[in-house]
Write a protein that binds this ligand. Sequence first.
Ligand SMILES: NC(=O)c1ccc[n+]([C@@H]2O[C@H](COP(=O)([O-])OP(=O)(O)OC[C@H]3O[C@@H](n4cnc5c(N)ncnc54)[C@H](O)[C@@H]3O)[C@@H](O)[C@H]2O)c1
Length: 304
Amino acid sequence: MHEELRYDDKVVIVTGAGGGLGREHALMFGKRGARLVVNDLGGDRMGDGRSSSAADRVVEEIRSAGGEAVANYDSVEDGARIVETALDAFGTIDVVINNAGILRDVSFHKMTDQDWTLIQNIHLNGSRAVTQAAWPTLRNKAYGRVIMTSSAAGIYGNFGQANYAAAKLGILGLANALAEEGRSRNINVNTIAPIAASRMTETVFPKALLDRLRPEAVSALVGWLAHESCYETKGLFEIGAGYVAKLRWERTCGYHLGRNGIFAPEEIAQHWNSIVDFTDAEHPTVMNDSLDAVQRIMADDRRD
Ligand SMILES: NC(=O)c1ccc[n+]([C@@H]2O[C@H](COP(=O)([O-])OP(=O)(O)OC[C@H]3O[C@@H](n4cnc5c(N)ncnc54)[C@H](O)[C@@H]3O)[C@@H](O)[C@H]2O)c1
């Protein structure tokens, strides 16, 4: 067994930590020595209402177990205020866990502007707001661990979740760019796509499955990715029910069509099977891998 991972003296913000996964993340960090900002707006799972009691209860749980925590009740849309709470209470920030979220599931043809905008505001804009407010502190101290929370609904697409899927994959795009910007400052940015029993999923999954999907299992991955001894960055992980795996992009070898990149739709149709054939597929990881493919073709053209 690996030695215990501790977060002594590390200041950790967990958004949406009044319940579900966020609460488990906060309790895990609290037991292991971190100083915590427990943020939660305290609304319902559709984003209606607000209350300070959700965050207060978790702060109390952490304190009664001997940990250190303060509450914050702002929406993640006001990320600067959450960061201010951390700086006022503890003077710095080391770890940001973007976890807060709600659902407004409805099929696309019935989706209102409000269904769309609210989900973008809380998931994508909220993750941006909190992370951007913390970013100068992380850059200045040349240390940071940021975790984003995406979803299988965004990665794979899901009926009735166009708003949520767009926001959740937007979060992955944000994480990928921030991983590049944070690289030289020792700021690691990773993304999880969890699956867990919570009020968000209790009406979606059957009871037998919910019993297996314990949210604290997800916190273990968050703990590792947030630790100073973990150098992973720009990763995307699926986690739930005792299973954890890494995802990556895959690209077919492609097909070289026509000289100078000029070709007709008929040629695409003719070579479609080769274009979509994943035999010997590549796994691009950076922007330059995209350019590389074009440069390889230009080199082939010069040789012809
Ligand atoms: N449970 C799953 O299987 C699952 C799957 C994929 C993704 N996720 C994601 O994991 C995260 C946590 O979800 P959960 O399942 O624990 O749900 P949850 O509803 O139990 O927890 C979400 C928490 O976020 C808080 N919150 C909502 N809006 C907020 C806001 N504007 N500002 C601050 N706090 C706010 C809520 O009050 C709640 O306590 C979400 O981002 C969710 O989209 C969960």
